[in-house]
Write a new protein. Structure first.
Length: 309
């Protein structure tokens, strides 16, 4: 009996094996290569190198009644000593194009200040008006930006600190330079620039430092870095006014416009502090604490928010 069961099981196995051999097989071609990770595509930033249509910021500033953030603007460009190329062009020309797009995005707003390149022997002692159209007109005629009167970026910032202390109101410093030029010495010079803006007039750091003049309003520092296609946050600080951004990013019209707007303006005005901006407020003189609608007008007559006197 066990032998009979064994023979039956063997017969069934041979039968099933024969059926399986007749089943069709799927032919899969052999792949000799393995998966690869492609580099990040930066083609988005290649097209705007030669094409730039600035976003109209003047109309927005007027229609939304944007509040000015600064009164004075100083631009420093440190590219005179660089002989390298970036994106297929000499880096000095690339920095010049960044500055041109910055000026073209500036609105019609009167500011004091100026634009200089690092270099020269005689330090600048006076500033006039920052007029983007005039600066561009001079550059288009073949005139170079004037020298600040210092051979290093750190020393140039020290000159800017002294210039800013002579001006009334808040000053913004824009630095267009390679990221690797932001050395420890440059960082220290920027901190001293901030310190001057936060100190009262006549303040002296140490008794041995003569002629130190403090400012009456905090200063701002903005960096546009070249030589690195990705962003850096080398100048960013939560408790300081300013920011840093890679040059590739602000080469795009909308990004440059946003950068300029952040530098120049705090935001739309809200005279009655009801949370509705003036350009949308149909009742711009609402009493503080009044319950209002989206149009800025009182919703319930003389009702006042609880807890507000």
């Amino acid at each position: 009996m066990p032998a009979a069961k064994f023979l039956l099981a063997l017969s069934m196995s041979l039968f099933l094996a024969g059926c399986g051999a007749m089943e069709p097989l799927v032919s899969v071609p052999k792949k000799s290569f393995s998966a690869t990770i492609q580099p990040y595509d930066l083609g988005l930033y290649d097209a705007p190198i030669h094409l730039f249509n600035p976003v109209a910021l003047t109309e927005k500033a007027e229609s939304q009644q944007l509040i000015p953030r600064i009164d004075n603007l100083i631009v420093l460009i440190d590219g005179a000593r660089t002989d390298s190329e970036y994106r297929g062009v000499p880096e000095t020309i690339y920095q010049r194009e960044v500055f041109r797009r910055f000026n073209r995005s500036m609105p019609r707003q009167q500011l004091r200040g100026g634009a200089w390149q690092v270099g020269g022997e005689t330090p600048v002692t006076t500033v006039t008006s920052y007029l983007p159209t005039q600066i561009e007109a001079n550059l288009n005629k073949g005139e170079a930006l004037p020298w600040i009167g210092a051979s290093t970026l750190a020393d140039s910032i020290e000159i800017v600190s002294d210039l800013s202390s002579r001006l009334n109101g808040r000053t913004a410093l824009v630095i267009i330079a390679r990221w690797d030029l932001h050395t420890d010495e440059v960082q220290s010079a920027i901190k001293r620039f901030y310190q001057r803006g936060e100190s009262e007039s006549g303040f002296k750091i140490v008794p041995t430092v003569q002629g130190w003049r403090g400012g009456d309003k905090p200063y701002c520092v903005y960096g546009i870095g070249t030589g690195n296609s990705l962003s850096r946050s080398i100048l960013d600080s939560a408790d300081m006014c300013g920011a840093s951004v890679a040059s590739d990013r602000v080469m795009l019209p909308r990004e440059m416009s946003h950068f300029v707007e952040t530098l120049l303006y705090l935001g739309p005005a809200d005279s009655d502090q009801d949370g509705v901006h003036d350009y949308k407020d149909k009742c711009p003189s609402t009493e503080l604490g009044r319950l209002i609608g989206f149009d800025g007008c009182a919703r319930f007559g003389d009702s006042v928010a609880r807890g507000v006197e």
